[in-house]
Design a binder for this molecule. Structure first.
Ligand SMILES: Nc1ncnc2c1ncn2[C@@H]1O[C@H](COP(=O)(O)OP(=O)(O)O)[C@@H](O)[C@H]1O
Ligand SMILES: [Mg+2]
Length: 238
């Protein structure tokens, strides 16, 4: 079998440098996520969830330990190689979606394929336009494609964010609290769409939330903080 989607060992991370170094936010003995898993990471606000995603994305570097994404050790890569790996293999759904306000819905969805050759190459003979339209149809966004993203409702923005994260089939989709602003019904709809699109793209999903009630929808979970070597990965959730 291929490499793990995420493989993290003995990772310690603290913000600040030199004498301004703060106490570690994260101390994680082990976190391994296999390709195709739907993994749920939860914990109270401020416990380090977004920080952990920054480490997995290679935007932050740990003071100790190793992090590998699809078998590539981030610490061994140059900054530009880390950027390329992130662009090729990670689709990111941000807490506030971070859609580009001066681009249309269509341009926002197409962006990862325009910027990252690996995402574009995975489309094969399908054009970016055709793939954007296929995803938009699956997400009920077709009538909105040429609208500005500043005119969208929250639910519509979330669906654009799903399309942008999954286009070009990155190996790993990371979602940072994308459902915080939704009521229960809409949360369910959003999760169903996200799961469907991840499955179609063959992408592993790492989903972050402070809302533990969502855990049952996932195959595995990790509760943060995992400080002082108190690992708490639970397997085989119902
Ligand atoms: N850029 C930063 N510089 C210093 N401290 C930070 C920074 N970002 C986050 N923190 C601190 O790290 C801790 C974890 O933050 P974060 O990862 O955002 O938590 P969560 O996503 O679980 O709410 C918090 O105490 C936060 O204040
Ligand atoms: Mg956060």
């Amino acid at each position: 079998m291929g490499a793990l989607a995420v493989c993290l060992h003995d990772v310690v991370f603290a913000y600040g440098r030199g004498r301004a170094r703060q106490r570690p936010v994260l101390d994680i003995p082990s976190l391994e996520i296999a390709p195709g898993e739907r993994f749920f990471l939860h914990g109270p606000s401020g416990c380090g969830k977004t920080t952990l995603l920054g480490l997995i994305a290679g935007v932050l570097l740990p003071q100790a330990g190793s992090i590998a994404i699809f078998g590539q050790a981030l610490g061994a890569l140059s900054p530009s190689a880390r950027d390329r790996l992130r662009g090729a293999e990670m689709g990111y759904i941000f807490q506030g979606f971070n859609l580009i306000p001066y681009l249309s819905v269509r341009q926002n969805i197409a962006l990862p394929c325009e910027v990252h050759a690996a995402r574009r190459q995975r489309l094969g003979t399908t054009s970016i336009t055709a793939e954007v339209e296929r995803l938009a149809a699956a997400l009920g966004l077709l009538p909105l494609l040429d609208q500005s993203v500043t005119e969208l409702s929250t639910g519509q923005q979330q669906r654009v964010a799903i399309a942008r994260a999954t286009i070009g089939r990155p190996g790993l989709i990371v979602a940072d609290e994308p459902t915080s602003a939704l009521d229960t019904d809409r949360r369910e709809q959003f999760l169903a769409l996200l799961f469907e699109l991840c499955e179609n793209a063959g992408s592993t999903l790492l989903f972050v939330s402070h809302d533990r009630s969502l855990a049952g929808r996932f195959s595995r979970e990790l509760a943060l903080p995992v400080i002082n070597r108190a690992a708490s990965v639970r397997e085989g959730l119902p």
